[in-house]
Design a protein around this ligand. Structure first.
Ligand code: G6P
Length: 607
């Protein structure tokens, strides 16, 4: 969603802000702007892409100054327009502010400010914050910020400058991401690490309502009582190339190709000669035995990984697993019993609904285990236990390595719990571990399908509808395949439990309709074969995904894509690889912006 960058230091601020904002483009935006301080505040903003903003900055002779704030906006209150873009100024032009989040009581605050004689130019909730800050400002930025957030209800990350303070920038966050970068020649704020990685590897991770005062060579963090808080430096050793395309046309392809490595990092340290070792979680055998039900909660692809997780964990542990969409879970007053475990899954660790679901589980006194990729994110910090998916930064909106590493963690949890509960023997555990250990290499093998998928994409790029069928785990995997295809290529696509075909979907099959049949569950294979025959009889073109060596499928499908042999419960990890590649090439073929699909955002930090 919205992205924030701020800088104060010895360098020119504008290029740093524009560069940082480019790295935040993946979050999704429809307008952008910067404010630069030099004697006064100069603000340049525009509807459209960052290139448009850059052009406007250049037309104005480049904005000179060593302090500034920048923003990419994803419209919530008010249409995308120059006026509604950030930074927002107070009426007197003294304050410039960028905001990510939603101010829930903005109507009430606006009414109050109008009563004080203030007028507004935009339709945004964020402009209220700029005016409110100015209303409270009496010469001390930190005091004004404390007063302001005391009045605001909602979620926010703010970066604020004042015309009277040439060497101060203040920031705060609550339920919306923001971190502080500590540099040698200046200091930064940013919505995430990749935005600042070119400039620093040292960060302060902010807790809700910690207030930061940044100066050129000093950063002070306060609590709401204005006491100084001592923060630990969080050092990241990511290479800058991990936030760049590294020769690929799109981040998505780079990230598809990074999957073997991401899986190695996620799996290998946790697979030992003795079985599974989970860092970051502290479950005794008694804890595991006491779990009556597991609730897995997530959004988007993380929810799809959770559906696969349900099949795997139930199969291995016989603990009942419920899977919920976070946006439903948080409002449906879920029944959580003592001894239940809530597993929260999120790549970014910042998805607003998922974070709210976590809080609902905690409010009901349930233990929360999070599966998260972004270290230090809100979900990681608020959960009782965290297992990280070591996928590295994921930039493309459509997740790839984020999803496959989430699957890997589901397997680890299933096996760990299963063995501790005595449901599988040591020998079985080690057998599963061996198969698990092979997944990165198996994934690598599948990536050579690249060329074939690009050929198939040429044939099917202009399909109107695509149906993806599967049974059991294959059905769960089909959901993610379908999402990949529709989100980046804009082709309508649906995943169907093959057994449900006859209850409606089959009426949509006509001559030439593309059906992708995921047929990797050996015990369900024959049933799926019948479903393939049914759609073939109605004119469908069928691409099947099957286990290496399965020749029967070739008699019914038009094309067969083989995946390496593995345990039935691990096949989802392989099924998705050809589908990621096919979706990617279809999107390219159709001229879509693969990394930034229309209307979508990488990190959905508002409801
Ligand atoms: C957005 C992204 C998806 C992601 C979902 C949940 O919709 O485009 O790729 O699966 O949010 O995000 P999270 O960061 O919580 O996994």
């Amino acid at each position: 969603m919205c992205g924030i960058v701020g800088y104060i230091g010895c360098e020119q601020a504008a290029p740093i802000l524009l560069e940082g904002l480019k790295r935040l483009e993946y979050r999704g935006y429809d307008s952008a702007g910067i404010s630069i301080y030099q004697e006064t505040i100069q603000t340049i903003k525009t509807k459209g892409r960052l290139a448009d903003l850059e052009e406007k900055v250049n037309q104005l002779g480049g904005a000179m100054g060593n302090m500034g704030i920048g923003h990419t906006r994803w419209a919530t209150h008010g249409v995308p327009s120059d006026i509604n873009s950030h930074p927002h100024l107070s009426q007197n032009g003294r304050i410039s502010l960028v905001h990510n989040g939603i101010i829930e009581n903005y109507m009430e605050l606006k009414k109050f400010l109008i009563e004080q004689g203030r007028t507004f130019v935009s339709d945004t909730d964020s402009e209220i914050a700029a005016q409110l800050f100015d209303y409270y400002y009496q010469g001390d930025m930190v005091d004004a910020l404390i007063h302001m957030i005391e009045k605001i209800r909602g979620s926010y990350a703010f970066g604020i400058m004042c015309r009277d303070k040439p060497d101060e920038l203040v920031a705060v966050r609550k339920d919306s991401p923001l971190l502080v970068g500590i540099g040698a020649d200046g200091n930064f704020i940013g919505s995430d690490i990749p935005a600042l990685l070119e400039y620093t590897r040292d960060y302060y991770l902010l807790e809700d309502n910690e207030i930061v005062l940044l100066k050129k060579n000093e950063v002070t963090v306060y609590n709401l009582e204005k006491n100084i808080i001592k923060k630990e430096i969080f050092h990241v050793d990511w290479d800058i190339s991990s936030a760049e395309k590294g020769g690929y046309d799109y981040f998505m392809m780079k990230e598809i190709m990074e999957q073997p490595e991401a899986l190695r990092k996620t799996l290998f340290p946790r697979i030992t000669e003795d079985g599974i070792q989970l860092d970051g979680v502290h479950f005794t055998k008694e804890d595991i035995d006491a779990i009556g039900r597991i609730h897995i909660v997530a959004c988007g692809s993380a929810w799809h990984a959770s559906v696969v997780g349900k099949y795997v964990i139930e199969e291995l542990t016989r603990i009942p697993v419920e899977v919920d969409l976070a946006s439903e879970f948080r409002y449906r007053n879920p029944i959580l019993n003592k001894g239940d475990l809530c597993v929260i899954v999120s790549q970014s660790g910042e998805t607003a609904d998922t974070l709210a679901a976590l809080r609902e589980a905690k409010r009901q006194g349930i233990r929360v285990l999070a599966i998260v990729n972004v270290v230090g994110s809100s979900i990681a910090r608020e959960a009782d236990d965290v297992i990280y998916t070591w996928a590295g930064p994921e930039i493309a909106v459509a997740t790839t390595k984020g999803y496959t590493t989430q699957l890997a963690v589901m397997y680890l949890i299933g096996l760990y719990f299963s063995y501790e509960k005595g449901r599988i023997s040591k020998e079985q555990l080690l057998q599963y571990c061996k198969a698990l250990h092979e997944i990165p290499q198996g994934t690598e093998k599948l990536l050579v399908l690249d060329e074939r998928m690009s050929q198939l994409a040429k044939v099917y790029a202009h399909s109107k509808d695509v149906f993806i069928l599967g049974r059991g785990i294959d059905y769960a995997a089909a959901m993610e395949s379908s999402l990949k295809l529709k989100e980046i290529s804009y082709i309508h696509s649906e995943a169907y439990a093959a057994g449900e075909l006859k209850h409606g979907t089959i009426s949509l099959i006509e001559d030439g309709t593309l059906v992708i049949a995921v047929a990797t569950q050996s015990h369900l294979f024959e049933k799926l074969l019948s479903n393939i025959k049914e759609v073939k009889a109605r004119g469908a073109k069928v691409i099947a995904i099957a286990i290496e060596g399965n020749k029967d499928i070739e008699t019914v499908a038009d094309e067969v894509v083989y995946i390496p042999e593995t345990e039935n419960i691990f096949t989802a990890s392989y099924n998705i690889i050809p589908m990621q590649l096919l979706s990617y090439y279809i999107a390219v073929e159709r001229g879509c912006d693969v990394d930034k699909p229309r209307n979508l955002a990488k990190s959905v930090t508002v409801e």
